[in-house]
Design a protein around this ligand. Structure first.
Ligand SMILES: [Zn+2]
Length: 321
């Protein structure tokens, strides 16, 4: 009798705990990926969604996907270079940002809805960057990147931004909406300008990795001493977050930029052009549901259909060894 009761209680505890973890994963925006495997339909669906978001976000640069004989999936760039989707290595969050594959890069879902509180320390959607992808799209070295830079007006001056993959065009669209608003509203003007910089060929502090500023795809708006997690406490960061005008954030997100204010390791002045993450956040923020096609959420997007077909066709082919 007693044993039965213990078993029952244990069962309930497992259910509650499991439900709790799942709910937490949804709140912090992953699908609880650790349990996925190749045969898992959820893994397959998430992989296809990630590939679709990448193909839509980098249309002139990714031409196809491929499955090798050992089952590994890659994207194929226009140059012919292949970039692995999943290296199948177990990584902690630190290793994920240091040496991510495409799956790691897409894993944490950027919260598109407004946030009231700073996100947990290890939740940094977009901080994991796949450098071979950035190199292919924006330039492989300083010289190449420099030659891709275009000038964009931010009202009182011009800044340099990468013209590849429509990045400078996206910043131009942002400014077209932001500038009239800033002229009417001092709080917005003061939060945005003067800008603290765009292109800057430099390494991220405390690491040996290139900053996204080195590719000319990020802009720092008017800085504040509490903007960066290394310079301020979470309490100070929280206060700064509370006061930040969300109109600015919404405009940047509309044109494919993520905001560093939505990183646990916050960087509140920082906006970065990452259309693949905004797309995933908008279309695939919820876990795939069995019975619905994996691309549910992008069915009405005509542009998406050619990639959906391509992904289905390429991944169902007998792999070449
Ligand atoms: Zn920055």
């Amino acid at each position: 009798m007693k044993i039965k009761r213990i078993v029952l209680l244990l069962g309930i505890a497992v259910l509650v705990l499991g439900g709790g973890i799942r709910a937490w994963n949804l709140i912090i925006g992953t699908y609880g990926q650790a349990v996925f495997s190749d045969q898992d339909p959820v893994y397959q669906a998430v992989m296809k969604r990630d590939l679709l978001c990448l193909m839509l976000a980098y249309p002139g640069y990714i031409k196809n996907v491929e499955k090798s004989a050992d089952g590994k999936v890659s994207v194929i760039m226009q140059s012919g270079k292949k970039i692995l989707y999943d290296d199948k290595k177990e990584k902690n969050s630190w290793q994920k940002s240091g040496n991510p594959d495409l799956q790691d890069m897409m894993d944490q879902i950027y919260p598109i809805a407004d946030i009231k509180e700073l996100l947990p320390n290890n939740f940094n959607p977009g901080c994991a960057r796949v450098y071979p992808l950035l190199n292919e799209v924006y330039g492989k070295n300083k010289g190449q990147i420099l030659s891709n830079l275009a000038k964009v007006s931010i009202g009182y001056k011009f800044v340099e931004f990468n013209s590849n993959n429509r990045a400078s065009e996206a910043l131009r669209s942002v400014m077209k909406e932001l500038l009239p608003l800033a002229r009417q509203n001092y709080k917005i003007y003061n939060a945005a300008f003067p800008s603290s910089g765009t292109f800057n060929y430099r390494i991220i502090g405390g690491t040996n990795r290139l900053s996204s500023h080195a590719y000319g795809i990020s802009i720092d708006l008017h800085d504040n001493k509490y903007d960066y997690w290394r310079w301020s406490t979470r309490e100070q960061g929280q206060k700064r977050l509370n006061a930040y005008p969300r109109e600015i954030v919404r405009i940047f997100e509309k044109y494919g930029f993520i905001w560093g204010g939505k990183w646990g390791n916050f960087d509140i002045m920082h906006f970065e052009y990452r259309p693949e993450l905004i797309l995933k956040a908008r279309c695939f923020s919820k876990e795939p549901v069995s019975g619905l096609p994996w691309y549910d959420g992008l069915q009405d997007n005509k542009e998406a259909w050619k990639y959906i077909w391509l992904i289905e066709e390429s991944l169902s082919k007998t792999p070449v060894s």
